[in-house]
Design a binder for this molecule. Sequence first.
Ligand code: ATP
Length: 354
Amino acid sequence: MRIAVLTSGGDAPGMNAAVRAVVRRSLVKGFSVFGVWNGYQGMVDGEIRPLGWHDVGGIINKGGTFLGTARSEDFKRYEGRREAVKHLLEHGINALVVIGGDGSLTGAYVLANEWADHVRELGGDGDSVLHVVGLPGSIDNDLYGTDMSIGADTALNHIVRAMDDLSSTAASHQRTFVVETMGRHCGYLALMAGLAGGASWVLIPEEELDMRWHNKMIEAIAKAREAGRPHQMVVVAEGARHADGLPIQSKEVCDLISKRLNINTRLTVLGHVQRGGAPTAFDRILATRLGVAAVDFLAENPEARHCHMVGLRENRIVFTHLEEVVQKSKAVVEELEKGNYQKALELRGTSFRN
Ligand code: ATP
């Protein structure tokens, strides 16, 4: 087998550890392994080079992805994918490991389905198959088919550390802090940071808010102040929405608390620091387990046509067909947009249970 590995979409800490695991496990299994630089754009442009054992040394503790990542409009077009197939064929590649979010896994699914057509039209064997295994790489933890995606734990730790740091200044000045986290369609980071950081209130996209949510939040903060805690934390996921579907701005939450309670309130938007830095031990181990499992999956069933994502559910490695991953990840967003919160949570799977 000749395996190509790439990272795509937004970078996530632990992607390097995943690439390292895929490369080294492939070599152990006797496969040839290639890196594709800069995501699908690199595949379209032919930025594909062999990778050896030492090429992935010293990267397990590095954030980002040494292969680079990109969003590629070219790859979204049939002709762009044709170019990509041409370059993969030049290297005799017949298996692809993609580490990325739902967009990247959608791209992998599309490519796997079209592969034989492209090969035939390029004059090759129309029965040939491209085996595809996806790894969930996204700090948002918004993918169906896994309890945790690579990068989410590191991002969560950044947020909690920031909340801890803020709480000492908050206590000194008796301030309330509103902290905005990433999570366009998934409240995992905000909710878990709220638990770990001791927040008074958390706003996430999955919660159905009624028109009086402001009052409830204000009441909760007032009660906590009365109980003797003068500084409070409120966490807002960037994708939190009002009952009418309009986005909740973290600035408006900050102004509201300040006005209604007449207290000193400050906003901290954490932004891209959530993506940065060394991956946590959890992310390194998750990435390594998933990377090894992806290659073993390819090795153990060489005759089967693979088109799966490898994930972790209840601490067990599981494989879910990419069609299901892509459809259900999209369906969650659609249900949230329609205001069907319960349905969205049911689809989300186990990451939010309990
Ligand atoms: P993140 O969670 O950080 O947004 P992502 O993997 O979802 O990561 P996207 O920008 O949605 O990021 O997708 C990454 C790339 O995958 C796109 O730039 C594009 O090249 C490819 N891709 C996405 N959707 C499709 C599609 N329907 N067909 C072909 N390629 C796609």
